[in-house]
Design a protein around this ligand. Structure first.
Ligand SMILES: Cc1ncc(COP(=O)(O)O)c(C=O)c1O
Length: 408
């Protein structure tokens, strides 16, 4: 028998631990050593200039001053005034909910985790968009979910494909995870017609929808995007966050679940981390009050300018056949190479030109989707770096496609 003292701790891992063996973020950034000054388009976070740090500092001082002896355990669902405030914010997305309908979370990532914790047994089926947000799959992997991937086009999740999945899958999937507005990674948004059709289909088949909406307020046109799915049905778990409109490091988001799930989600939360941070939730409330509307307006212009620079430089420089999206909001431009080129190969080539992105295949279960797409995040880079990075990517793509011409 093996001596227990020499046995590595990793010999006793859970089966699901293989989900934690790969970090896509470090895999892309790791290629940065191929150039002295690489430009990394992988970071989907707000730029520092768009984070209201001074306002948060002021609000934090106020939160601490108020706290007095209030740092005991408590406020499982979150500080009531903040719950009321997020309900006001949700009206911007067409949602009517009261403070007793919501739960404040440590970012929407925790919302995804709590839902998976509550709903998924190993092997349970979940429908995700193809492509979808990597971080959500990292969570679903941890609960050993099994995936069904539904295609997405520039009008959002494809209704016919969803209907086919629902018709053909036995047992019926439990959950649909979707980012209907300025999707990660494509930047595409679902039309109103599709929103209605998808909600109706899921209700018909008894599938619960997780609507992840971190980018819904960051739109570039004069009109806000179509109302949230949650405005159409209470059978939708809505996830909101201050990560993109304020700063991701504060880790404050919220969820509005179907009313009959709330109590169980609260208990799931208690078992996860007991409750959220009592100072930080007050800080976010004070920072947001009488400030966030104007701030969001400013950052819309800030990100729109970044989008314009990136789209212009890519459209001017990319070889024929490469598509470049022009997102109506959010943080991401999505490009597609023509057949038969792969962005997995392009990434290694582009690294030598000093530009890095996340290849489309990584946004699918097991990091193994179709290899034509790529995601560029313009949210955190300065304008001159976006322009230079876009130019480098166009040059790298041209060189890549010319040097590896497919046989006729
Ligand atoms: C679609 C999506 N959901 C959730 C998150 C995580 O958000 P939070 O910081 O609120 O946990 C992100 C962050 O990139 C995201 O793009």
């Amino acid at each position: 028998m093996k001596n227990a003292q020499t046995m590595p701790a990793t010999a006793r891992l859970a089966r699901r631990a293989r989900a934690f063996e790969h970090s896509p973020w470090s895999a892309a950034e790791g290629l940065g050593d191929r150039h002295p000054d690489p430009i990394y388009f992988g970071n989907g976070a707000p730029g520092v200039e768009a984070q209201p740090i001074e306002r948060l500092q002021w609000a934090a001082a106020r939160a601490w001053a108020e706290a007095g002896g209030q740092l005991d355990y408590g406020e499982l669902a979150g500080w009531p005034p903040l719950r009321e405030y997020v309900c006001q914010r949700m009206t911007l997305r067409g949602i009517a909910a009261g403070p007793d309908d919501v739960l404040i979370t440590n970012g929407s990532q925790q919302g995804i985790d709590l839902i998976a914790r509550l709903m998924l047994d190993p092997g349970d089926r979940i429908i995700v968009e193809g492509p979808t947000y990597i971080g959500a799959m990292q969570t679903f992997d941890a609960y050993e979910a099994s995936y069904l991937t539904c295609s997405v086009d520039e009008h959002g999740l494809c209704v016919d494909a969803l209907e086919q999945i629902l018709r053909e899958s036995t047992p019926t999937p439990k959950l649909l995870y979707t980012i209907p507005t300025f999707q990660n990674p494509t930047g595409f948004s679902m039309t109103s017609e599709r929103r209605e059709a998808i909600v109706a289909l899921c209700e018909r088949y008894g599938v619960l929808i997780i609507e992840d909406d971190p980018y819904g307020e960051i739109y570039f046109g004069s009109e806000p995007p179509a109302p949230a799915l949650r405005s159409l049905s209470e059978r939708v778990i809505y996830l909101g966050t201050f990560s993109k409109t304020m700063a991701p490091g504060i880790r404050v988001g919220w969820m509005a679940p179907p009313p009959d799930l709330l109590g169980l989600l609260l208990m799931a939360r208690e078992g996860a981390d007991i409750h959220g941070h009592r100072i930080v939730t007050r800080t976010v409330y004070h920072a947001a009050q009488d400030f966030l509307d104007e701030h969001v307006e400013r950052i819309r212009a800030h990100y729109r300018q970044r989008r314009d620079v990136l789209v212009d430089v890519l459209r001017a420089g990319m070889p024929d056949g490469v598509s470049v999206s022009e997102p109506g909001g959010g943080f991401f431009v999505w490009c597609e190479l023509p057949e038969p080129w792969s962005t997995d190969d392009l990434l290694r080539h582009a690294a030598t030109f000093g530009v890095l992105f996340l290849p489309g295949s990584w946004f699918y279960p097991d990091y193994a989707g179709p290899p034509r797409g790529l995601r560029l995040s313009y949210s955190s880079l300065p304008l001159d770096r976006i322009a230079e990075g876009g130019k480098r990517l166009a040059e790298a793509t041209r060189d890549f496609m010319e040097s590896r011409r497919p046989p006729r």
